[in-house]
Write a protein that binds this ligand. Sequence first.
Ligand code: ATP
Ligand code: MG
Length: 362
Amino acid sequence: MKKIMLTGDRPTGKLHVGHYVGSLRRRVELQNTGDFDEIFIMIADAQALTDNADNPEKVRQNIIEVALDYLACGLDPEKSTILIQSQIPELCELSFYYMNLVTVSRLQRNPTVKSEIQMRNFEASIPVGFFTYPISQAADITAFKATVVPVGEDQMPMLEQTKEIVHKFNSVYGETLVEPKILLPENQACMRLPGTDGKAKMSKSLGNCIYLSEEPDEIKKKVFSMFTDPNHIRIEDPGSLEGNTVFTYLDAFCRPEYFPEFLPEYENLDELKAHYQRGGLGDMKVKRFLNNVLQAELEPIRNRRKEFQKDIPAVYEMLKAGTEKAEKVAAETLRDVKAAMKINYFDDEELVRMQTAKYTEE
Ligand code: ATP
Ligand code: MG
């Protein structure tokens, strides 16, 4: 079986370091292994409109920002097909048919959608499109016959929903759709990177992000105002790592080579953590180290982005070409789906023959 990757992001803002450790970094690594037959990266603008219907301009503006962030991180259009969701009508058609295979109560149980509804104060007025976006995500994944979907932990319920739709479809209509596998980050800190405010998830909607394109002084400001252990008041006090965002970020970003470079008095992160827990290590010192680490990680991304920013028309051309290529694949899947569901009246010669026979026998 072919190895096909699909994943994507909503163009609701520039991409942040949560996206990077949760999915983006992995995508680029996988892309560069050359192990995949096809890679599809989707800018999910139609999904972004499900909770931004009254703000289409925001979505429109952010398409290019997401595309630039992709290129800056090393996604390569020669190896990965980058596409815009709304420009592929086949995805809507697939969603429409999948809707018959999912119950309202099943959608209501989705924990990610539940918490997103709460966050957006949608309780009394949930847009139907938003409520059903897990179904549309199943359409995206299956349209490209994805076998692997590298995402953060918040996407687990969506992958579960997709698998259920695949099983249901295949059992009712015959083996047609491919079941995807979720690929979560290996490191706990990367599964769901917290915001700089210590809140459970860094999210564009919560305004607690460090963006990939952030300038050095902004990064520094954000790192130095980050949430740590509120009970660690004097340097000599023992500190706690639990919920300590600065250490969570070090778990997500620190590489062994950063110690000799920026903090040679420690061998590794374990030593640094032990000292913090023992007492005698101040937050400022840890923050200075984290700032150096993040600056080192983000500088090459920011610089590459500036190069791509010089030719915006070329970025739109790349998106157009990727979308056209992707549409062909989605159209093929839709054809298979409609044939399996027996709604292919005009290209089924057998159907016409049978109906003719029915009336000639009379
Ligand atoms: P929005 O607030 O508009 O939903 P978002 O910041 O949640 O935006 P998405 O576009 O919904 O971003 O998510 C894109 C991808 O990034 C998904 O794979 C998701 O799991 C991952 N991701 C988003 N935020 C984080 C995070 N804080 N930690 C790890 N992964 C994340
Ligand atoms: Mg999200």
